[in-house]
Design a protein around this ligand. Structure first.
Ligand code: PEP
Ligand code: MN
Length: 265
């Protein structure tokens, strides 16, 4: 069981240091599933920044179920994220899938995301543990809490103390109405087990944009430190995860509603 104080993860961004942790305001990470082109990523960055987000998310390397589905634009998408960072000052969160891309991703990202499918990729975890950028570790879709914490331990034991845990929904027996079951009960459980900051991702957690606002509010009520929300300027045309993406307008409304609960930056 947990010993000691909550740890904080401090992430430098062009707009200033952002603090993740129990004793800080809620940090909001928002943006499209995939980086599609310069106009859409820069426009989305401006909109989510204006709404109150501190980080832009966007995938350059996409872990798709089908090898025939859009796989992300890779290194050229990293350049577009850098342009969006330059235009807005937002920090960048993007996924690393392959250790061969570590130096390119680390050059662009302020936080390196390890996706649900790689939570058990121990050699990748050791590699992000042996470098300096903070790591966002998503829960494997069928991972127990102990397995997830041990995956985090791989990063910590390799020398990187800056790990944020992200719940993104677990496999469910009823996929008809939601893609996954968002496990908000991890919030009190993790609080009792770990000092690490916690993020909730209601977008992948539900798979449906209409369920995202209520689950984001519930995550705040249950004490989350941060949220990840997928936002796309035209969800119907998105190359990935359109059905779970909020429009910038809906995201703006959600952040206003979240502020009523008090702790959002
Ligand atoms: C993502 O964040 O776009 C993603 C692929 O998430 P997950 O690894 O949780 O499926
Ligand atoms: Mn996605």
């Amino acid at each position: 069981f947990r010993h000691g104080e909550a740890s904080e993860v401090v992430v430098p961004t062009p707009n200033g240091d952002v603090y993740f942790g129990e004793n800080h305001p809620i940090v909001v990470v928002a943006g499209p599933c995939s980086v599609e082109n310069e106009a859409m990523i820069v426009e989305t960055a401006k909109r989510v920044k204006a709404a109150g987000a501190q980080f832009l998310r966007g995938g350059a390397y996409k872990p798709r179920t089908s090898p025939y589905a859009f796989q992300g634009y890779g290194e050229s998408a990293l350049d577009l994220l850098a342009a969006a960072r330059e235009a807005t000052g937002l920090g960048i969160v993007t996924e690393l899938m392959d250790a061969a891309d570590l130096s390119a991703v680390a050059r662009t990202a302020d936080i390196i995301q390890i996706g649900a499918r790689n939570m058990h990729n121990f050699s990748l975890l050791k590699k992000v543990g042996a470098q300096d950028k903070p790591v966002l570790l998503k829960r494997g879709m069928s991972a127990t809490i102990d397995e997830w914490l041990m995956a985090a331990e791989y990063i910590l034991a390799s020398g990187n103390p800056n790990v944020i845990l992200c719940e993104r929904g677990i496999r469910t027996f009823d996929g008809k109405y939601a893609r996954n079951t968002l496990d908000l009960s991890v919030l009190p459980v993790l609080r009792s087990l770990t000092h690490l900051p916690i993020m909730i991702d209601p977008s992948h957690g539900t798979g449906r944009s209409e369920y995202v606002p209520s689950m984001a509010m519930a995550a705040i009520a249950a004490g989350t430190d941060s949220l990840m929300i997928e936002v796309h300027p035209n969800p119907a045309k998105a190359l990935s995860d359109g059905p779970q993406s909020l429009t910038p307008d809906k995201f703006d409304r959600l952040v206003q509603d979240m502020s009523v609960l008090g702790k959002v930056v």
